[in-house]
Design a binder for this molecule. Structure first.
Ligand code: ADP
Ligand code: 5GP
Length: 196
């Protein structure tokens, strides 16, 4: 069954600092039919993050209860904290015709694809390792040891990128946005993938 508006599921994964939060926010600003799937996490909020907007910030006990009740489409322990995609959030957005963007890790992305084979998986690459480190430092949200923990995950992330439908290098932000929009609109209109 095709839902009203032919909404798509679009998973964006990337090494931490490559720019996927920025990309997701801009995509939603530019496309009124796009929404972000707000995940639940046990990570404490960063300065400026808002409960219910950036994440649902919950305790480890609440997270375990949600696992037990089957409320997650998928969940993962990433960098020592739990993160999970809420089934109800996603179904409600799809029912209302919204294309759903997921800013989740590579393992979560592959689990979404198992459950929704039509989901579009896009791996975002930084232009270089040096630029990734520069962006992580510039963001000033993690201590050096936290940044190190994020960089240690790179090999696993790059290994799993081969299972994604697309890889996009986030060099110029506007170019990245236009590339992703073209991928989504093509799939929505023709049901097929863009040739890269
Ligand atoms: P992620 O969500 O992947 O961890 P963020 O979206 O927080 O990454 O981006 C990390 C930093 O890089 C932020 O300071 C952001 O402003 C910056 N950034 C994102 N995209 C670009 C880009 N195309 N060019 C330069 N800086 C970028
Ligand atoms: P951050 O702490 O920087 O917001 O996120 C850390 C990592 O967790 C990022 O790679 C982010 O994409 C991922 N993440 C956020 N929410 C979810 C989720 O619901 N499920 C999974 N599997 N990963 C998530």
């Amino acid at each position: 069954m095709t839902r009203k508006g032919n909404p798509q599921l679009v998973v964006l994964s990337a090494p931490s600092g490559a720019g996927k939060t920025t990309i997701c926010k801009k995509l939603v600003e530019r496309n009124p039919d796009f929404r972000i799937s707000v995940s639940a996490t046990t990570r404490p909020p960063r300065p400026g993050e808002v409960n219910g907007v950036d994440y649902y910030f919950i305790s480890p006990e609440e997270f375990q209860q949600k696992i037990a009740r089957g409320e997650f489409l998928e969940y993962e322990n990433v960098h020592g904290n739990y993160y999970g995609t809420l089934r109800e959030t996603v179904e409600e957005l799809l029912d209302n015709g919204f294309t759903v963007l997921f800013d989740i890790d590579v393992n979560g992305a592959l689990k979404i694809k198992q459950q929704y084979p039509d989901a579009i998986l896009i791996f975002i690459r930084p232009p270089s390792l040096e630029e990734l480190k520069r962006r992580l430092r510039k963001r000033k949200t993690e201590k050096p040891e936290e940044i190190e923990k994020r960089l240690q995950r790179l090999p696993e992330e790059y290994q799993k990128a081969v299972f994604f439908d697309y890889e996009v290098v986030n060099d110029d932000l506007l170019r990245t946005l236009l590339t992703i929009e073209k991928i989504i609109r093509t799939k929505q209109l023709t049901g097929t993938h863009v040739h890269q």
